[in-house]
Design a protein around this ligand. Structure first.
Ligand code: NAD
Ligand code: TYD
Length: 360
């Protein structure tokens, strides 16, 4: 069996996945078969620009369903799988970890097993060209002190949240399928993404929308936790580079060279919303910042050493944080229809569940 110029993307209706699919097709990549369960985090509206585009097929389905996954591989004969699908929110993994174990661990296992079977039936040249790219996180490495060196690909795994533990388990499975069966895998471990289409349960979009509406801005703990922020379009270009030129069996850390304290991020968002939506009666939106009960087990600092992907593949982030944040704030302010579309009953229930106790 030979390969088509098709890739299967999982979770391509979520935040990073949809940015990747749009970017891939804009960059004249081949067809995309997009397998997404459309959970609360998946939104076909992210892909509205592709309506009527025959190069994109959205299949609503579960990565845990081996028959569906196997039949998609045999029907479309992809040259690569790019695996984004996951439960991705740390706070939800604390309230209800089971869905994380199911999708992130078992789902990745099903994909690997079906990919192995499909790949084994390919001719020799196609077997050599096929790739399974697994998108993971820097959270598998645990937490850093203020002066610790940034995470590199050789930093030992020490996941602290159920989310991070489930992603770590999936990374180990991916590694094992390469080591034991020779499946041509690649893994990327990236830092916190931000940009258009991020579901507003995550820090940056949540703060933009609350600031706009004059609601409290709930900062966990003392707000001095540090994240390394990666503009989502830079992440998409990194995945492309790893898919095209990455060494099989390797992991690549992807970061934005933009370590910031949460409190500084939230303050910068306040200033941008003040500037772009001037409201004399409101005054500075920084007064909305409200310190709330911390996340249990909250990792203090993440930082990425992305020198391997720079050295080997020539990839570096193009966007600096200040410009990327401005673009992001502007995008949310100009896309309030999209925002209203994702604020369903389930979203409101989560906001009540996560914040009512923290704020009181
Ligand atoms: P997201 O939560 O926005 O989207 C996840 C997508 O997966 C959704 O479209 C959802 O419907 C789909 N999905 C969930 N369960 C599924 C299942 N069982 N079968 C098929 N589809 C399913 O997530 P995201 O922020 O876009 O993250 C994408 C990937 O990148 C994840 O693997 C995540 O761990 C990783 N990652 C994200 C970040 C970040 O900052 N967002 C950072 C590092 C790594
Ligand atoms: P988040 O966007 O959930 O990403 P992650 O936990 O995967 O890094 O959170 C980013 C940081 O912001 C993290 O340190 C937790 C913090 N945070 C708040 O202070 N308040 C909030 O309401 C949220 C959602 C996050």
């Amino acid at each position: 069996m030979q390969l088509n110029d098709t890739i299967v993307v999982t979770g391509g209706a979520g935040f990073i996945g949809s940015n990747f699919v749009l970017d891939w097709l804009a960059g004249s990549g081949g067809r995309v078969v997009n397998l997404d369960l459309l959970t609360y985090a998946g939104n076909p509206a992210n892909l509205a620009a592709l309506t009527g585009d025959a190069r994109h097929v959205l299949v609503r389905g579960d990565i845990c369903d081996p028959e569906l996954v196997g039949s998609l591989f045999r029907e479309h004969r992809p040259r690569a799988i790019v695996h984004f699908a996951a439960e991705s929110h740390v706070d939800r993994s604390i309230v209800g970890p089971e869905a994380f174990l199911r999708t992130n661990i078992h789902g990745t296992f099903v994909l690997l097993e079906q990919a192995k079977q499909y790949w084994s039936d390919l001719d020799e040249e196609s077997r050599r060209d096929f790739r399974f790219l697994h998108v993971s996180t820097d959270e598998v490495y645990g937490t850093l002190g203020p002066d610790d060196p940034a995470f590199s690909e050789t930093t030992p795994y020490a996941p602290n949240s159920p989310y991070a533990a489930s992603k770590a388990a999936s990374d180990h499975l991916v590694r094992a399928y390469h080591h034991t069966f020779g499946l041509p895998v690649l893994t990327t471990n990236c830092s916190n993404n931000y940009g258009p289409y991020q579901f507003p349960e995550k820090l940056i979009p949540l703060m933009i929308l609350n600031a706009l509406e004059g609601k409290p801005l709930p900062v966990y703990g003392d707000g001095a936790n540090v994240r390394d922020w990666l503009f989502v379009k830079d992440h998409c270009s990194a995945i492309r580079a790893v898919l095209e030129r990455g060494r099989v069996g390797e992991s690549y850390n992807i970061g934005g060279n933009s370590e910031r304290k949460n409190l500084d991020v939230v303050g910068a968002i306040c200033d941008l919303v003040d500037e772009l939506r001037q409201d004399a009666a409101m005054g500075s939106r920084r007064k909305l910042i409200t310190f709330v009960k911390d996340r249990p087990g909250h990792d203090r600092r993440y930082a990425i050493d992305a020198s391997k992907v720079g050295r080997e593949l020539g990839w570096n982030p193009a966007e600096n944080f200040e410009d990327g944040l401005r673009r992001t704030v502007r995008w949310y302010l100009e896309n309030m229809d999209w925002v209203e579309g994702v604020r369903t009953g389930a979203y409101l229930k989560w906001m009540e569940q996560n914040y009512s106790e923290r704020l009181s």
